[in-house]
Design a protein around this ligand. Structure first.
Ligand code: PMP
Length: 406
């Protein structure tokens, strides 16, 4: 292992906890990550010594809080390579960011008969907002199919594009299959036809270096809680020229320039999209988490997690009845599987009783489950604080569970 794992694990007190008297093995990182001390300490510091509503006060505390929030925006912009901090909109998470685009961009740029392209491996968060837009405006949702390794069929993707296509909305990394999609190529193809692309980066930003400018992506979304930050804060990145043309998503304080009963004018970017008191503690805690990730280094994180995933994959195949879902060559630290005909939930419960936290079910990707012809899978997902020893514990526990259930 390339890290001092003992030191890193010490940053996450929960990892030393026991469940049912057994050491916790936390393999549910794709659902949410644990929080390092520095992030929780920052939240305490802000509430105890830096708390004031932002943007509206002349007093010292309000100015300090405003500065911290805007510095956090710059930290996010730097982290994902955005050209300007005004292209970073704080949201509650990836879901809200996608809903913002579907609602606001969809309102402006879509009309009856238009088409939106998604893929067969999307999380419900990147399906349902588009379906709702389709219902509202009488659009059609088109779906890029995948193969049995969990890879997009790029030829089919190109065939789906036509003069009615308005947007491609795609997961950067699948939360079930771990597939790292060839997004640069997908964006290039869309742009040849002047079609903007939204990437759902919820599973990408914590694991690989993302640069929105190099990708030339039009919208990019992610959630703080999957990258060691608190719940309730997330990010929408959008290119200025698109965000500028989009109507506000919600009305309220701060998103206005001037309000009268006759006419209201709207604020400039990014404030036009941040109605109401923003989660300024969340934004600063997110920036703290991003600084923490950067201090460890995303390249090292990616290497470490890939090693963990490869080792887990090798070991799990010691169990002959295991089927792995997602065998793309480009794959992130997600291991989805089933064992024979055993229901995933039964394995999840038996693993839980041995202290191992995995996720079971449809992972908010029911259309993908339909494609795989399974009711759900068991998903172990890794972070850089996990260890090979934990994988051994997991495999031993899984073998025990399988022996009981088969
Ligand atoms: N997209 C993907 C690929 C995800 O994995 C998730 C979370 N499971 C989401 C979107 C939604 O994230 P959130 O619930 O934090 O908004």
């Amino acid at each position: 292992m390339i890290f001092d794992t003992t030191k890193i694990r010490n940053d996450f007190p929960i990892l030393a906890d026991k469940v049912y008297g057994k050491p916790l093995v936390y393999f549910d990182n794709a659902a949410t990550t644990q929080k390092p001390r520095c992030v929780v300490a920052k939240i305490e510091e802000l509430y105890f010594h830096g708390n004031a509503n932002i943007h509206r006060g002349v007093h010292y505390l309000s100015q300090k809080a405003t500065e911290a929030h805007e510095n956090a925006r710059q930290t996010v912009a730097n982290f994902i390579g955005a050209a300007a901090s005004s292209e970073i909109i704080f949201t509650r998470g990836a879901t809200e960011a996608i809903n913002l685009v579907a609602s606001s961009w969809g309102e402006k740029f879509c009309s009856a008969g238009d088409e939106i392209i998604v893929s067969a491996m999307e999380h419900h968060s990147n399906i349902v907002p588009w379906q709702m837009l389709c219902e509202r405006k009488n659009l059609k949702l088109r779906v890029i199919p995948i193969n049995h390794d969990g890879e997009l069929l790029l030829d089919e993707y190109e065939n789906l594009i036509n003069e009615k296509t308005r947007l491609v909305a795609l997961a950067h990394i699948s939360n079930v299959l771990g597939t790292i999609n060839p997004v640069k190529k997908i964006i290039e193809i869309a742009h040849k036809h002047n079609i903007p692309v939204l990437l759902d980066g919820a599973q990408a930003v914590p694991h690989i270096k993302v640069n929105v400018s190099e990708l030339d992506v039009d919208f990019y979304v992610f959630s703080g809680h999957k990258i060691y930050a608190p719940t309730g804060i997330g990010v929408l990145y959008g290119k200025t020229n698109l965000l500028d043309q989009m109507p506000p998503y919600q009305g309220g304080g701060e998103m206005i320039q001037n309000v009268s009963f006759e006419k209201t004018t709207y604020n400039s970017l990014p404030f036009k999209f941040e109605a109401g008191t923003p989660d300024y503690v969340g934004s600063v805690a997110l920036a703290t988490a991003l600084d923490y990730v950067q201090s460890i280094g995303l390249e090292g994180i990616a290497t470490c997690e890939t090693e963990l995933m490869r080792y887990a994959t090798k070991r799990i195949l010691e169990i002959p009845e295991v089927t792995i879902f997602g065998t793309s060559a480009a794959k992130s630290a997600v291991l989805s599987f089933n064992v024979g005909k055993i229901h995933p939930y039964d394995i999840g419960v038996l693993l839980d009783h041995q202290g191992i936290a995995v996720r079971t079910g449809h992972h908010c990707a029911q259309p993908l489950m339909d494609f795989l012809k399974v009711p759900g899978t068991i998903r172990a997902s890794f972070a850089f604080y996990n260890t090979f020893d934990e994988i051994d514990t997991f495999i031993n526990a899984l073998k025990k569970a399988v022996a009981m259930l088969l």
